[in-house]
Design a protein around this ligand. Structure first.
Ligand code: PA5
Length: 444
């Protein structure tokens, strides 16, 4: 897996013996069997497991066709969704595009500017978005598996209203694409009534495991990213990571190490990177692990940092604060672009010692220095080495983390595919908003 994804455990070894990991093998293999046999908690939601092999080719072809239509008919594309209904697409688009994509010319950008809505209820955010897009050509992809999520429903109502005033009902319908359940939910009903083209989230794939379905693939394709390569990477991960041998399977190793560290009191995992393009990937990963494992009073708290930025904010805590942390760093072998530091005659900034060095070399040394420092400060560091950021590697990583998460949650003994805790805030919010059938709990 050298050219795909590799785990380097050198900076964990002083905290965790090989023998301690080997003692976990029977339980890890049992978790693997439970997942593969579909005999565990939440087994109705295992559709993502063989998805890179079994995905619906007809739906996939429609996604590609619709993405072309969208790319040719708008300047602004709005992705309306929350949680698993937008984080994967955003992670891929930001990982694989120019860091300043929205400021490039349309041709260089390879598609419309992409905005995200329905992932918050800020009045200022949606008002300003509507103001910014109103005079541009707009297309929308509204994504909700349940079809009833309040954040996305409110944002969509406001955007739909603007589009119907701008294009008329039929014109708006040509520009609105819905991704939802095949039969149930308010969004499905509305899409049928209004004549929107509809894409389906398979019944057996939950939101946070859905990036390789139309949920993620339509917005990613609109951004001009090669989705065939993403699916190819995911398929290779799906084949490579079936191995039962701990030392031959990085997904098993990752599930093993994080649980071993958790059992030693390391309650917080920080996913870190040294590339700003990975910032939204952190957010996708946090949802995947946080919602899948954080239940029944258990689970590692998933946090994230972007380095070197956060070395100047969170670095102090990581180095010297409570020793309940471990870090997982995604290290990228070759950057998509690089430049060389030239000498300056006066050397007023004292940087001439870097003459002739590439900026990526400097970034790599910052990473090595950070790993050594954090290790010395008592923080185990798991290194995940990925050769480069390409659509293929995005697909590989997405599948790797989904599988590791399923294995890790089964090892921990929780259902990786539900999120009962998310309902608590909704019940209170609905009661406070006067939605029929909801009441605040009496205070004792
Ligand atoms: O992983 C999940 O299932 C959730 O995070 C959902 O993706 C999120 O709550 C949005 O739900 P929906 O797609 O039903 O609007």
């Amino acid at each position: 897996m050298k050219n795909k994804l590799e785990l380097d455990l050198s900076y964990v070894s002083s905290f965790l013996g090989k023998d301690e990991m080997e003692r976990m093998i029977p339980s890890l293999n049992a978790a693997q069997k439970t997942l593969n046999d579909g005999t565990g908690l939440g087994a109705d939601f295992l559709g993502w497991l063989e998805l890179p092999q079994n995905y619906d080719r007809v739906e996939y072809a429609r996604v590609k066709k619709a993405s072309e239509k969208i790319r040719n008919s708008c300047d602004v594309f709005i992705v309306v969704g929350i949680g698993g209904s937008y984080l994967g697409a955003r992670a891929a688009i930001e990982m694989l595009s120019n860091n300043f994509r929205s400021l490039l010319d349309k041709e260089d950008r390879k598609g419309p500017v992409i905005f995200y809505a329905g992932n918050n209820m800020s009045a200022a955010y949606i008002t300003e978005l509507l103001e910014v897009v109103k005079d541009r050509e707009i297309c929308v992809n509204v994504i909700s598996k349940s079809g009833t999520t309040t954040e996305s429903a409110i944002a969509f109502r406001l955007i739909k209203d603007l589009m119907e005033k701008k294009y008329g009902k039929n014109g708006a319908a040509e520009r609105i694409f819905a991704t939802t359940d095949k039969a149930r939910g308010a969004l499905k009903q509305m899409a049928g009534a209004e004549g929107y083209e509809c894409f389906t989230i398979p019944d057996d794939v939950g939101g946070r495991y859905s990036v390789l379905t139309s949920v993620g693939l339509l917005p990613i394709a609109v951004a001009g990213i090669d989705t065939d390569e993403i699916m190819k990477g995911a398929l290779e991960a799906c084949n490579d990571l079936k191995n039962e041998d701990l030392w031959e399977n990085p997904a098993l190793q990752y599930a093993c190490v994080r649980n071993a560290l958790y059992e030693k009191g390391k309650n917080v995992e920080i996913l870190a990177n040294f590339e700003p393009a990975l910032c939204s990937f952190n957010e996708w990963w946090k949802q995947l692990f946080g919602e899948s494992e954080g239940k029944d009073g258990k689970g590692i708290f998933p946090a994230s940092t972007n380095f070197t930025t956060d070395l100047h904010s969170m670095g102090q805590y990581i180095q010297d604060g409570r020793r309940e942390l471990f870090e997982t760093i995604i290290s990228i072998g070759s950057p998509s672009k690089d430049l060389t530091i030239e000498a300056s005659e006066a050397d007023l900034d004292g940087l001439n010692y870097l003459e002739g060095k590439s900026l990526d070399y400097v970034n790599q040394q910052a990473m090595k220095g950070t790993v050594l420092a954090h290790n010395e400060g008592g923080v185990p560091v798991i290194m995940i080495n990925v050769p480069e950021l390409t659509p293929y590697h995005f697909g590989y990583m997405a599948y790797f983390f989904e599988l590791s998460c399923g294995l890790s949650a089964y090892y921990l003994g929780v259902n990786p595919f539900n999120q009962p805790g998310v309902e608590a805030y909704k019940r209170n919010m609905f009661a406070l908003l006067g939605k029929p059938g909801y009441k605040l709990k009496d205070k004792k």
